[in-house]
Design a protein around this ligand. Structure first.
Ligand SMILES: Cc1cc2nc3c(=O)[nH]c(=O)nc-3n(C[C@H](O)[C@H](O)[C@H](O)COP(=O)(O)OP(=O)(O)OC[C@H]3O[C@@H](n4cnc5c(N)ncnc54)[C@H](O)[C@@H]3O)c2cc1C
Length: 500
């Protein structure tokens, strides 16, 4: 069928550019290096790259091509000690510090003008009895694949190259979340280097306020996490589905989905996507798609029965597949890749995302706004690819009390994310048109949304971002910040403030 998963949407349109990544040091002659870099070189075991080193451009590369900050230094930490020494070195030289795991921050916040502490080499995964210890630099595909070998999992996001650190620290939503909760809900312990250079353990008994903050309080705020310990989950059979309808049924399908998916049994996480594909794509077929896909912890037969409830209101899809999958097979399906090599290839995209939550049933006029936004996109020659991703909340996500972890969004029904994508080589006019369209959509949706926003879809231009991301948990987060980072060492444009 005309498969169009979320990652593939960007990839198919050519928005993803595979990048080589950094594989080794190609450094400037020692005597030409900045003395601060020479000092750091001596302090750490890992590679240190400065602006003039030839490996620098690859090392600086992050997922968003719009993130252009040029760090003074990038350090590939080989150990906790490297992290500690880099941090203290940066403080001595009054340099900003940004930790980096998978580099997928929408705002490019894992780059700083000072030093990037890249933890990607701290990627070990050890699976124990009912738990797993995961290095802060592990990518989601490696996590899911390693756990699947032991027949267990943790709820995680669907993009295979997202880092476990950014995902967990900001929440972590994925196809298992209505059954197993967010990634941060399975977090039991972190090891974190705080602003004073100390390695601290935070769990239910030791530094519990720091663990609380690391469960959804956002990446880059309280220190540099070096490893996470998660509770693991054993799961039974898994079935997945993908369905597609003609565009003229889009409103009906979204309304039917909104009345069904957030209230379905916890075992089901069913998304709904409105997509405008690349008008220059070679593949034939309609430009505007309305699709739904989901993962069910149960048999294909039981999933088929649940889907009949959706189809009774939405109308029968023109294309439908329902399949049994293994844990890894399901992850590969949503990631749009097939093995370790294809699932680990680093990628980039040029895009602008905005996101909202809806606390009540999605009203008809809001659905009109969403559908029209893609129709406007299809009609405007300066706009090309775009998508509206609708995720169901509810289930295990909403059973956690708001104050139990820093992740406050526990009473929302639907998450809406609008993504506009273009090419890095497009003229500025195209970028501007996309940004204007995204802002116009935000204005038109405002009357229908809750005002909250998911901190992992971090949006540098969001007004009132601190309240939107953290709501009633913001004062407690600021207290934790004052306790562990009183000098605001971990500071970026949208870091948790010391004082409100
Ligand atoms: C293609 C794509 C798909 C996505 N899919 C999902 C999804 O399915 N579900 C979902 O919930 N989210 C999803 N996201 C959002 C994702 O969760 C966030 O972008 C997340 O912050 C990325 O984490 P990272 O480690 O890859 O990014 P980074 O850019 O490395 O880090 C993100 C933030 O965390 C900080 N940070 C990184 N490492 C550490 C550390 N060791 N200690 C402390 N702070 C650290 C950084 O400084 C930065 O502020 C997706 C994003 C993209 C680009």
């Amino acid at each position: 069928m005309g498969r169009m998963d979320r990652r593939e949407f960007l990839e198919r349109a050519g928005g993803f550019v595979a990048v080589a990544g950094f594989s080794g040091p190609f450094r400037l002659a020692e005597k030409l290096r900045d003395p601060r870099l020479r000092e750091l070189d001596k302090l750490v075991q890992g590679d240190v790259l400065g602006l003039d080193d030839s490996g620098y451009a690859a090392a600086r590369t992050v997922y968003s091509t719009r993130a252009t900050t040029q760090p003074f230094a990038i350090v590939y930490a080989e150990s906790v000690r490297d992290v500690q020494r880099t941090l203290l070195w940066a403080r001595r030289h009054k340099l900003r510090i940004a930790p980096r795991s998978g580099g997928h921050s929408y705002g490019g916040y894992s780059l700083s003008t000072g030093v990037v502490v890249d933890v990607s080499r701290l990627h070990g995964i050890a699976v124990g009895q009912g738990n797993a210890t995961i290095g802060a630099g592990a990518k989601l595909y490696d996590v899911v694949a390693a756990l699947a070998q032991h027949g267990v999992t943790i709820p995680a996001g669907s993009c295979p190259t997202v880092g476990i650190a950014g995902l967990t620290l900001g929440g972590g939503v994925g196809y298992a979340s209505r059954k197993l909760g967010l990634t941060c809900d399975s977090l039991q312990e972190v090891r974190i280097v705080t602003a004073d250079g100390k390695l601290r353990i935070a769990n239910a008994k030791v530094n519990p306020d720091l663990l609380w903050a690391c469960r959804g309080g956002g990446g880059g705020n309280f220190g540099i996490v070096t490893s996470f310990r998660f509770r693991t989950h054993s799961v039974g059979p898994i079935a997945i589905y993908r369905a597609q309808w003609p565009w003229d049924q889009a409103r009906k399908v979204v309304a039917a989905w909104a009345g069904w998916a957030p209230h379905a049994p916890d075992e089901l996480f069913a998304v709904c996507d409105l997509i405008a594909t690349d008008r220059r794509a070679a593949a034939p077929g309609p430009r505007l798609h309305v699709t739904s896909g989901g993962q069910f912890f149960g048999t294909p037969e039981r999933l088929q029965a649940l889907l009949q409830q959706l189809f009774a209101v939405a109308g029968k899809p023109t294309q439908l597949t329902v399949q049994a999958k293994t844990l890894l097979g399901a992850a590969q399906e949503w990631a749009g890749c097939r093995d370790a090599a294809t699932c680990s290839a680093p990628e980039r995209a040029t895009f602008k995302a905005k996101s909202w939550y809806v606390r009540k049933k999605l009203p008809g006029p809001a659905i009109d706004v969403l559908v029209q936004s893609l129709e406007l996109r299809a009609a405007n020659p300066d706009l090309n690819r775009g998508a509206i991703y609708l995720d169901p909340m509810g289930g295990a996500i909403n059973r956690v009390p708001k104050a139990a972890s820093a992740f406050v969004h526990r009473d929302e029904l639907v998450s809406i994310q609008a993504v506009a994508a273009w090419e890095a080589t497009d003229p500025q006019r195209v970028a501007d048109a996309n940004l204007t369209a995204q802002r116009a959509l935000a204005d038109r949706l405002r009357p229908f949304v809750s005002g909250a926003s998911y901190q992992n879809y971090i949006d540098p231009e969001l007004a009132g971002w601190a309240h939107a991301y953290y709501g009633a948990n913001l004062p407690r987060l600021a207290r934790v910040k004052r306790r562990y980072d009183p000098g605001d060492v971990f500071r970026f444009a949208q870091s948790v403030p010391l004082h409100l």
